[in-house]
Design a protein around this ligand. Structure first.
Ligand code: ZN
Length: 112
């Protein structure tokens, strides 16, 4: 996995990823998710394979922002189960160790 390529249009790809839309690859195919690797600084790295070229690409999924953390805390404070602030209602946060994590982002949004 060390030789994965970087993508140029990160913002657009992330938007599509969070929305569950198809992500076009620069090589003509589309990206298939191989896995999410947790980063050390609260971010995560999505590893994708291009369906046309089989090249592998990395996409950094940024760590939770202060606004996202607050939003999640407020939901918990209201007694509800929080959803991922990026994926929305389709994705519940799950408890991993001491954190509440979105499994599709690989990012922790709150302390459990
Ligand atoms: Zn998410």
């Amino acid at each position: 996995m060390g030789d994965a390529l970087q993508v140029d249009n990160k913002k657009q790809l992330l938007k599509q990823y969070y929305a569950g839309q198809r992500m076009d690859s620069p090589n003509g195919g589309y990206f298939m998710l191989l896995g999410i690797r947790p980063g050390e600084a609260g971010h995560a790295v999505g590893i994708f394979e291009c369906s046309a070229s089989s090249l592998r690409y990395e996409l950094v999924i940024p760590k939770a922002t202060r606004t996202e953390r607050k939003k999640v805390r407020d939901v918990i404070g209201g007694g509800d189960d929080p959803d991922c602030p990026r994926h929305g209602r389709s994705m519940r946060l799950v408890r991993v160790g001491r954190n509440l994590v979105c499994m599709d982002c690989g990012v922790a949004y709150a302390r459990a």
